[in-house]
Structures are given as structure tokens and as C-alpha cells.
Ligand binder design. Sequence first.
Ligand code: PNS
Length: 161
Amino acid sequence: MSKALLPGSYDPITVGHLDIIKRCSKMFDEVVVLIAKNAQKNYMLCSEKRATLVYDAVKELPNVKVDVFDGLLVEYAFHNNIDVTVKGIRNNADYQYEQNMAVTNEKLSQSLYCKSFETLFLQCSDSLSGVSSSLVRLILAKDGDLSNLVPNPELLKSTLK
Ligand code: PNS
């Protein structure tokens, strides 16, 4: 069975994330969306609230699971028998950032488990390349219209109350 891991902060999940999740769900037997911790970020939402929004967004996709994990990505992938991690790429800046993580994860996985860590980059759809969680947070702070940016604007707003 082919399994893919889609880790990220998802603070909050956007339509760009959901597009990558849907495309992966057609390519792999099982997809795990992992709400992980980026040590360099201060989050707007706690991991449980981020997970609630992701659960809601993927509820119609039977082969997509959601999980929350605080440790190293390589650790999660190893203990859950996941061989491929997929990262969505919007532009050069994303690629640079993700490439560094891919190289580090490969080194970590080799030293901890003597095992390869495969990172696959998936180009995001053209029309969604301007969408980001940080843009969503900015618009949210001004109570702007989020209908083209997040899967469920009402749920996101109620999560913040
Ligand atoms: O959406 P983000 O913030 O770009 O996601 C980054 C994330 C959470 C996937 C990354 O920080 C991560 O993998 N965190 C788990 C801890 C870990 O393994 N850190 C080493 C990565 S090189």
C-alpha cells in the first residue's frame, strides 16, 4: 500500500493546502495530513484547533487521515511506515526552504534509522500560487472575505471565538 505524509503547520489550512491534499489522495492509497510543529513559528491556533479545521476540510476524502505530532518528522514517518513525504511548492522561495528541510531530513533519517527519507515536491496549481496561511491571518485580522482562501471560513471564524 502506498502511503504519503503531508506535514505542515496548517495555521490555518488554505484552499492551496486542500488542492495538494486532494491531488495526493488520487496518487496514493493513503495520505496522512500531519499537523507538525515548526519551531520557528508562533501559531495563531493551537494544534487541536488546526486539526479540527483540517478534519472538516478532508471529511469527504476517505483515504485521508489527520494526525498531530510534536516530534521529528523522520520519527513519525519511520514509526508509521511512511516512505514518501510530499511538499507543495508555490515558488522559488518555497523550493529553497523545502530543499533545506529535505536534505536535513534525509541526513537525520540515515543517522537515526539507516533509512532513506524521500521528499517529493508537488507544484501547486497556478491559480492558487498567491494563497498562504499568513495572508489568511492578515485578512482575518481585518475581518475580510476569506471565501476564496480557506475551505470553511465560517468554521475558521467560530474556531477563533
Ligand atoms: O507549514 P510549515 O510551517 O512550512 O511546516 C514546517 C514543518 C512543520 C513541516 C516542519 O517544521 C517540520 O517538519 N517540523 C517537525 C519537526 C522536524 O522534524 N524538524 C526538522 C525539519 S528539518
